[in-house]
Design a protein around this ligand. Structure first.
Ligand code: HSE
Length: 437
């Protein structure tokens, strides 16, 4: 029987959860792996704050370097979060020959290529199942279970905070701010919730999934990102009237030599299984050429679900250690020499259906001017609705289009915004009609 020493950097919500699992389920995990994991040290800059765990004398320390330089520690778990210190420690640990497990999506999305190369160079593992979708096993699904598939598309609800806020606004008429406060209290939101509500956390996760799905270098900057801060109760209400639900989606479509990669709020029909994913839950629909549609669902955040994903990586690495395997499964799912740079379409090049809401002065001829401009830009209207809801002297004019090119949409909206009768900035929400998105 093998003993493996673990060191954890960072004892926040997830660090506490991983420590608990390693301590409380030590014998259970041993019965499944033949390995006795010993949590040798946990480091955090704040060792005074009360946690829901009590460590044995000498385990909880302030000095992360002590863990990174300890020759007896085999696996280091980075749960500090953020990018700068986490990157320094991860690089140092890999260079010291430690296997590293992390839940840090911002770190991987920003520096993943360098970290993966460093891991290979030092003959160690770098694992990150907990970085996307909490306990939803999406990394292993893409890298291992669906290895025989060309991935055609992925559509996910990858941010628990945004999904919680949109669900609360839509089902309980809760305000955005109150729902965000609750998400913070429940521990889903990032230390800086701007990353959640502006879509960047979803983009970090999508960048990682795209790399694993298509054998692409991890690149964050070419993902189009829009958050949920402009979604109003009125648009949620209109969406419902038309049979849609608004979700923050992370979408990627594979066109062989190019891909689409975008994060934005979208209206999806009630027939789409993602429309039923509520609260802080995450889900992703992956279309493989062999499997067809596969859907994963689970807790995308929170102490124990995320800890569960971290433990799965620790166990994978331990199994490799005891069978003397080194990076048996390529870190990004493809042989490193086959990881390519694949270009990403600009948002202007995508095709979608669109929902517009204009605040228009209730004057004769407004609708014909709007529809004229849309027609001039090759945008075909599917539904028009002008209700009597007069708000500050304007009426909402809602239009749903057939499939149109985003570039044309942007040009048309610019012209419509300049009409005298259009009062506020138009609201635009993309619609993902196809169930196989
Ligand atoms: N802030 C993230 C979310 C945590 O709300 O999904 C899990 O990555």
């Amino acid at each position: 029987m093998k003993n493996i020493n673990i060191g954890i950097l960072g004892c926040g919500i997830v660090g506490t959860g991983v420590s608990k699992l390693l301590i409380e389920k030590k014998q259970f995990i041993k019965s499944r792996t033949g390995v006795l994991f010993n949590l040798k040290h946990v480091a955090d800059i704040d060792i005074k704050r009360q946690r829901s765990i009590t460590f044995k004398q000498g385990v909880f320390i302030k000095d992360a370097e002590k863990i990174i330089n300890d020759p007896e520690i085999d696996i280091i778990v980075e749960l500090i979060g953020g990018k700068d210190i986490a990157k320094d420690f991860t690089i140092k640990a890999l260079k010291n020959g430690k296997h590293v497990v992390t839940a840090n999506k911002a770190l991987i999305a920003s520096f993943g290529n360098e970290l993966v190369k460093t891991a290979y160079k030092n003959n160690v593992e770098f694992a990150f199942e907990a970085s996307c979708g909490g306990c939803m096993p999406v990394i292993k699904t893409l890298r291992e279970s669906m290895v025989g598939n060309t991935i055609e598309s992925m559509t996910g609800i990858l941010n628990g905070t945004c999904n919680y806020i949109l669900t609360k606004m839509s089902k309980e008429n809760c305000s955005f701010d109150k729902a965000l406060e609750q998400a913070k209290e429940k521990g889903f939101a990032e230390a800086d919730p701007f990353l959640d509500i502006e879509g960047f956390d979803s983009a970090h996760k999508l960048a990682i999934l795209i790399s694993l799905a298509y054998g692409k270098e991890i690149t964050l900057n070419d993902i189009y990102v829009e958050g949920i801060t402009e979604i109003s109760p009125m648009d949620i209400q209109f969406a419902r009237e038309f049979g849609y639900v608004i979700k923050l989606l992370a979408i990627s479509k594979n066109y062989k030599n190019n891909i689409e990669a975008r994060v934005h709020p979208a209206m999806i029909p009630l027939a789409n299984p993602l429309s039923y994913i509520d609260g802080s839950m995450n889900a992703v629909v992956i279309n493989g050429d062999v499997t067809g549609e596969t859907m994963l669902y689970g807790h995308g955040a929170g102490m124990m679900p995320t800890a569960s994903a971290v433990i799965s990586d620790i166990v994978d690495i331990a199994r490799n250690i005891i069978t003397k395997n080194k990076t048996r499964i390529p870190i990004l799912g493809y042989f490193q020499e086959n990881i390519k740079k694949i270009p990403v379409f600009s948002i202007k090049e995508i095709n979608a259906s669109y929902y517009f809401r204009f605040a228009a002065a209730d004057n004769p001829g407004v609708l014909s001017k709007i529809s004229g401009i849309l027609g001039d830009h090759n945008i075909s209207i599917k539904i028009v609705q002008q209700t009597g809801r007069n708000i500050n002297g304007s009426v909402p004019v809602v239009i749903i289009t057939h499939l149109a090119k985003e570039e044309n949409i942007q040009k048309a909206l610019k012209m419509i915004s300049k009409l005298d009768s259009i009062i506020d900035k138009p609201v635009v929400i993309r619609i993902e009609e196809d169930k196989k998105i």
